[in-house]
Ligand binder design. Structure first.
Ligand code: SF4
Length: 291
């Protein structure tokens, strides 16, 4: 069997940076201070397990302890709201801000537009950590998940305040056609809508690399966490191209029938570590039965 890897795969800049910052925070704490992340650092069970073993604990933001004196809290790549940041600092936590710079840019833009009097439409998954954080910078924003919701919200706003200045921001991982659809729905009521390009290239690059890989292979393994939205999207893209494809979190998930395919492609989500990709590539290249 031969194995071809997608040209772009695995850790994006923001995730790699957050993982490195968490490792450095653990090293600096030298077991003398507790180190937390707010929610899981990344959507990858192996990496999380490894971090747990090194003493990194996960903090639930809805149940913050009263006293966080001498505690280190790593803010993950999704970022958090300024209100939560203040609450953590007030409780005495030492913050390590691993918010992805691209997400930070969206947060700053949301604050700037709010201060400039814009009504912001925020496109994406309402309960995603990134969107919750951005909403803290634009408390009056309207979150819209799809064009249908965008139409409803824009219509209501138009009847209430037809001359409002409006702007559109999106989740960094939103699909470009979905973002355009939402923009079009709002423009039907607010033609002067300011559309801010907040889509991260990392997601697009991994999707494009996978699309280029599909015609060259007989089957595909998409490596990544089942909880990772961008990994699941890669799987859907491969399947939409008519490829037999599986999402695998580790060696144990590799389906035995993969051995029937002469050329196998490998793709990986933005939170998949290089080590895991190498491990799976080696197992397949050696023609080893992974079980
Ligand atoms: S996908 Fe993009 S925005 Fe999200 S963490 Fe990675 S680099 Fe940052």
């Amino acid at each position: 069997m031969s194995v071809i890897k997608a040209e772009v795969l695995g850790y994006c800049m923001g995730v790699r940076r957050a993982v490195t910052m968490a490792q450095e925070a653990l090293k600096a704490a030298r077991g003398m201070h507790r180190v937390y992340t707010l929610g899981p650092l990344i959507h990858n069970p192996q990496v999380l397990e490894q971090f747990r073993g090194q003493g990194l604990e996960v903090l639930d933001e809805t149940k913050l302890p009263e006293d966080l004196e001498s505690v280190v809290v790593v803010i993950r790549a999704h970022g958090i709201s300024p209100q939560l940041e203040t609450a953590l600092a007030y409780k005495g936590a030492h913050l390590v801000d691993a918010t992805c710079p691209i997400v930070k840019k969206s947060q700053m833009k949301a604050r700037f537009l709010t201060d400039a009097g814009y009504c912001i439409f925020l496109a994406g998954e309402r309960h995603h950590g990134e969107l919750i954080g951005i909403q803290g910078y634009a408390p009056a924003c309207l979150v819209v998940a799809d064009p249908g919701e965008a139409t409803k919200q824009a219509e209501t706003l138009y009847h209430r305040a037809p001359t409002t200045k409006t702007a559109l921001l999106g989740q960094t991982t939103i699909a470009p056609d979905e973002y355009q659809g939402i923009a079009k729905a709002i423009q039907a009521y607010f033609p002067h809508l300011e559309i801010i390009d907040t889509i991260c290239k990392a997601t697009r690059d991994r999707q494009q690399a996978l699309s280029q890989l599909c015609p060259q292979v007989d089957a595909l393994l998409v490596i990544g966490g089942k909880e990772s939205a961008n990994t699941r999207r890669l799987l859907a893209i491969a399947q939409a191209q008519g490829k037999q494809a599986w999402l695998v979190e580790g060696l144990a998930d590799i389906p035995p029938e993969i051995c029937m395919y002469p050329v196998v492609g490998l793709a990986a989500g933005a939170s998949t570590p290089d080590k895991l990709i190498d491990l799976i590539e080696k197992a397949l290249s050696k023609g080893l039965n992974p079980h």
